[in-house]
Design a protein around this ligand. Structure first.
Ligand code: NZQ
Ligand code: ZN
Length: 382
């Protein structure tokens, strides 16, 4: 196990009706900007719950943070925040609203810095306090410092990290009942791949991290049919929400190496072709597993055995079967697992290679996923 420091200060407020706790979670006297997406919170009652809870606070609203939040939109929120002297931000929505709010938080704390410059720097050393009411189990953004921002003008999409975590997140599984099937599928895919990015590296680094990761993978596979059935079972959605948070809140990466190449390639597909984040990962992950099979051999065999109960046959046979089972799982969610099925042209592979080479990137647990390797990964998913 590698050395590590673990400290996650985000207060996790979980369960039915917990939005009513907002007044106890935000310090009195704060001037709050509440940020929203396109309006789902108005039809599912979340907006009313938030407004009722915050009736004694001074609030302003910013609407229109879109999926894969754009810096062009966020600049408007930053201007408004400066004008109104905002000193607390509350994101009410999915990962995009919260990620966008993380950039607003950083930009308000550094009024002389241009928003895109903050994204490109990769790190915000200071934040205006922020928190969320999370309405979509997927990104884990509610309990981490990451944020992924897009720039429409140049079709770019990059992550940056804030020094501060969200102060709290409210997770009420009942707010997920209004999610359409494709968003549920994208969320399940995202959570699954977050775990794989931290699990599918090398064996023998930490038994406890392995078992924890495998526990989340098993949970997602087990609940997926019920989540997608639209039965709105509280305990199922509670497990989904908590799995999403635990998959990317630093818990399963203590002392182990991480990959993230699948995510980085997926971000390029989203930036270039507009495909949803979770959907991009369902295409790329099987390619990463296949192309990186020598480096990941031991862990692929462990994954085959412990997740899919594949114990017979030669090593390559077991690995091939594990990849096939992974593809079947994504297909069972209704996801495309090939570029062509998602309407993405074959040229994507060469374009991602060009972009990675231009930035001279080295992703993956061994730092060997370059433009050339990314191209091989995508070519395997034509
Ligand atoms: O905008 P509204 O009207 O609210 O509708 C949203 C949006 O259209 C809708 N939605 C959200 N909650 C709902 C709901 N509809 C009905 N009922 C509800 N309860 O869902 C749509 C998609 O929302 P979005 O926030 O874009 O989805 P998600 O949470 O999957 O976030 C995706 C973004 O997060 C980034 C992705 O790259 C992408 O930009 N990620 C952030 C990470 C992080 N901060 O740690 C890690 C991830 O790997 C990921 O990269
Ligand atoms: Zn993700």
């Amino acid at each position: 196990m590698k050395n590590f420091i673990y400290q996650n200060p985000t207060k996790l407020v979980f369960g039915k009706g917990q939005i009513a706790k907002l007044p106890q979670l935000i310090p009195a006297g704060k001037k709050i900007m509440i940020t929203f997406g396109g309006g789902s919170v108005k039809s599912n009652g979340v907006y009313d719950q938030v407004k009722t809870a915050l009736k004694d606070f001074e609030t302003i609203e910013f609407w229109g943070i879109e999926p894969n939040p754009k810096v062009e939109t966020l600049r408007k929120a930053i201007e408004l925040g400066k004008e109104k002297n905002i000193d607390f931000l509350l994101a009410v929505g999915g990962g995009s609203v919260l990620d966008g709010t993380k950039l607003i938080s950083a930009a308000l704390a550094m009024p002389d810095k241009e928003a895109w410059e903050i994204v490109l720097s990769g790190y915000a050393p200071v934040n205006t306090p922020y928190a969320s009411v999370m309405t979509l189990p997927a990104t884990g953004s509610e309990m981490n410092r990451g944020s992924v921002i897009s720039r429409k003008e140049t079709k770019e999409k990059y992550a940056f990290y804030s020094v501060d975590y969200p102060q709290f997140c409210i997770l009420d599984p009942e707010v997920t009942y209004s999610l359409p099937k494709n968003q549920l599928a994208n969320g399940l895919s995202d959570v699954f791949v977050h775990v794989m990015e931290q699990y599918l590296t090398t064996t023998g680094q930490s038994r406890v991290m392995d078992r924890w990761a495998e526990g989340i993978l098993h949970t997602i596979i087990e609940i997926a049919p019920k989540v997608l059935s639209g039965t709105h079972d509280y305990d199922t959605m509670a497990d989904f929400m908590l799995s999403a948070t635990l998959a990317l809140n630093d818990m399963i990466r203590m002392g182990v190496t991480e990959d993230w190449a699948t995510h980085m390639i997926g971000h390029e597909l989203t930036a270039l072709y507009g495909i949803a984040h979770g959907a991009s990962l369902a295409i790329v992950l099987p390619g990463t597993m296949s192309v990186m099979r020598e480096q990941k051999r031991g862990k692929l065999l462990q994954y085959a055995d412990r997740i899919w109960n594949i114990t017979e046959g030669g090593e390559d046979e077991r690995i091939n079967l594990a990849i096939a089972r992974t593809v079947d799982f994504f297909n069972s969610l209704g996801q495309a697992t090939r570029l062509s099925e998602a309407g993405i042209p074959e040229e994507a592979a060469a374009e991602v290679e060009r972009r990675f080479n231009e930035r001279d990137v080295h992703y993956g647990e061994e730092g060997n996923v370059t433009g050339k390797v990314a191209r091989q990964i995508l070519e395997s998913r034509k």
